[in-house]
Design a protein around this ligand. Sequence first.
Ligand SMILES: C[S@@+](CC[C@H](N)C(=O)[O-])C[C@H]1O[C@@H](n2cnc3c(N)ncnc32)[C@H](O)[C@@H]1O
Length: 261
Amino acid sequence: VTDPAAEVVARLRAAGCVFAEEEAALLTQAAPDAAALSAMLRRREAGEPLEQILGWAGFRGLRLVVEPGVFVPRARTGLLVEEATAPVRRAATRGVPVVVDLCCGCGAVGAALAHEAGPLELHAVDVDDAAVRCARRNLAGVGRVYRGDLFTALPGTLAGRIDVLVVNAPYVPSDEIALMPPEARLHEPRTALDGGPDGLAVVRRILADVGRWLAADGTFLVETSRRQTPVLVESATRAGLAPRVVSSQELGGTAVVASRA
Ligand SMILES: C[S@@+](CC[C@H](N)C(=O)[O-])C[C@H]1O[C@@H](n2cnc3c(N)ncnc32)[C@H](O)[C@@H]1O
């Protein structure tokens, strides 16, 4: 007699899933019946990210809606949340902090900040319809979500009023997308990954306008790769900011945190 649970684990392991037992438990729990489980398994075997199949991703203890085709929040991005907490709390001594999550994807950074750092006036922006749909669900009652290109999507009344600007924009150099694991390369949209020739094209566009949007004592935080930090620090300095590099071995993340110079 075959054990159906063991068979699910065996199929996931054969498909290369490192955490086959955990994934089997999650998929089995999520599937209403055997046919649904079998369909989910086939999607996983074809390389779709587990989170997109389940319809949710865990991020800093929150369960966030993630549709197929939406960037899956990574644990390393928790560094942005940790680093943004102090500036949010500082701004809170003067009123309700205005926080903007640019390139918000499913809204993970904004949602976690609201959860961890207290009451915020939160605004989130993404250019992708599916990401915006997810962010609207994840930030319901927490913040407003706009669809559009970077700052142009925000209400003009926020200019000069942003206390904390958090950004996890696409930052993979175009040539390196082909080297990413298939889960990302085939199941996350190119607009979520591609940062242009050196990976910093989107961040440079943000830096070009940051001076107009950041409050006088505002803080700008952006996720990056370790390799990009010298160029990013130089670009941020030229944009009139005083940047510093932070990283967390535990989370595996690197970020640049900057205030006005
Ligand atoms: C690396 S993903 C990060 C998503 C989210 N911040 C997170 O950490 O889970 C980058 C996101 O930026 C969005 N994006 C790319 N170009 C954009 C633009 N010009 N304006 C607004 N959003 C953009 C993509 O659609 C994608 O959701």
